[in-house]
Every structure is written in structure tokens, then in C-alpha cells.
Design a protein around this ligand. Sequence first.
Ligand code: GDP
Ligand code: MN
Length: 339
Amino acid sequence: PPSVPDTATSTADSPKDEFLYDHTYRANATLLILARNSDLEGTIRSMREIEDRFNRKYNYPWVLLNEVPFTSEFIKRVSVLTASHIEFGIIPHDHWYQPAWIDEEKAKASRGKMMADNVIYGGSVSYRNMCRFNSGFFYKQELLQKYRYYWRVEPNVHFHCEIDFDPFLFMEREKKVYGFTITLYEFEATIKTLWKAVKDFIAEHPQYVAPENALGFLTEDGGNSYNLCHFWSNFEIADMDFWRGEAYTAFFNYLDSLGGFYYERWGDAPVHSIAAALFAPKDKLHFFNEIGYEHAPYTHCPRGEDTWTKGRCGCDPKQSFDYDGYSCMKKWDRLAKSY
Ligand code: GDP
Ligand code: MN
């Protein structure tokens, strides 16, 4: 693997002090999982790992969401895994299913074409429902109204290192908006007209674009075209006030009105990433180097021998995705070095 200096800005650990090790004061935050009943075993594995590595010390509450009721078996099996408060929510019908105003003939043609082109999840309606929900509806759920920050967790992910500080308190103190561990290129076929939509939206609403934004992470030509870089949203630690705010609300509503979640296969990852990069100042985005994280097929293993040792990490730093050719970390480094 290519060698990368440990001193690169983006690989620096999150600044820490005593406050961030405090196990008694909690931020207004929750751990969040969207899952199907069939995801039970994977949900258990993810919860076990994050409880072991972080939450048994910090005791943040859990929220689990599903568009159908969780079975009593599911609720029973996951409830024993944590000492924290845990709640189970059912997603309102209109927050999940394909809206009636979507032209189903057109949507179906797109699914057929993508399937023929072997686009991953190209033929799936439920995957599109999930992407639209994660883009514009999860933070509207009743159970989440009392919270500001969330940590998105998926079934079957891994947390490879001890997390001995509170990322939520870090977000709160630094007024960060969006935290990530892995960044990569999107499949172009899934978002053919997304960047045009973004440019049209910005032309209408230039006031939402933050000064000192992270446009430089998204483009190689001053914004004319999208370089497909995005934060991998299966891991997110973020501020729901940002999604609930005026800029993102207008942005999501505009994207939704174009039907691209169904006529194409827009993912919540590029939608969140583009919004965070454009509507927040770049220093409000944060790379959590010290959080060792795996979602198949990629792993982020902390850079820096000290961080890896202190974290008692179970991952191999040489296998870290950060400097793989398909990773966008080099674009992040380029941006991070500029502030
Ligand atoms: P991938 O990571 O893009 O391959 O997609 P996943 O299959 O992991 O789905 C992303 C997240 O959405 C995971 O937390 C899944 O459990 C969840 N998910 C996907 N489809 C559905 C669905 O139809 N219903 C529910 N309730 N959750 C879903
Ligand atoms: Mn996944």
C-alpha cells in the first residue's frame, strides 16, 4: 500500500481533553439503526460491538426503526444487549413508500434498464424507499424529535477499536455538522442527473451555499461536474439540526420533487454528502480517524501507530481503505490541507 505521512491534517485525531472522557455528562444524542426483521442477527452483532467498544461506558440511548413492526422476538433479542434506554419505532407509510405522484411506468423502465446494466440494487424498489427515507425522513421520526445528534449504525458492521472519548460531545463542542470514517466514489449510473439538480437548486437559492464550503471535495472543475466523491453514509455521526434546517429542507424537497430517488437510484450518501459539503462550512465536517470501522467490503483502520495501539484495534492498518485507489481520502486531504 502507498505510504502516507501520519502528519496529514485529515489523519490527525480529534482534539481531546478531559471533558470528552467524561462518562456522566451526555450530549443530546442517540444511536440509530434502521433494520428489517430479517436483519436480526446482523443487528445483534453490530450492537454488541458498539456496546463493547463504546456504549457500555457512555450509555447513549438506542432507537431502532422499521417500516413494519419489529417482531417480539426481535425486540427481545436486541433489548438484552444494552443497559441503555432502547426504543422501537414504526416509520409512517408516507415516509417510506413510493409516492403516488411518481410515474410508475417511468420508474419501472429505469429499474429495468439499471438491472440490465447490472447496477447494484438497480431493480429494487425497497432499496429506493430506504435511500429516500435516509435522505429526507429519518430525522422526522417521532422518536428522534427529542434528539439532536445521531450515530447511524447498520446491521453487520464492525467497530475495530476502543472508543475512549465521546464523539457526540466532540461534535457538540466543536459545532461539527457531519462526521465520517470512509469516503469513496459513487456509481455514476445511479445519479445521472443529480449534479444538474444540485446546480439548478443552487442557482435558485445561492444564499444557502456556505462561505468556506467544501465544494473542492466534490469537483475538479470548479463545480461544473461532480467527481462522485461522497461520505459512506452507513456510518454517520451528525447533527439533525442541519437536516432539519431551512437549507437542507428546501434541498431535499427540491430533489424529491424531481423524482430522482425512483427515476434514477439516488443514494442518501451522495445527497447527504453534497448538502454537508455545500451548505456547511468545511471545518464543520469531520473525519473520525480514531474510529476503526468496517462495512463490507471496506475498512477504515486508524492511521498513526499511537492511535492504533491506544485503541487496541483489531484491524490491520495496512488494509485500511483510506488510500485505496477507489477511496476519496486524497480529495479530503487536499481540502483539509487548505484550512
Ligand atoms: P447497502 O449498505 O447499501 O448494501 O444497503 P443495506 O442493505 O445495508 O441497507 C442499508 C440500511 O437500510 C441497513 O440498515 C438495512 O438494514 C436497512 N434497510 C434496507 N432495506 C430495508 C427495508 O426494506 N426495510 C427496512 N426496515 N430496512 C431496510
Ligand atoms: Mn449496508
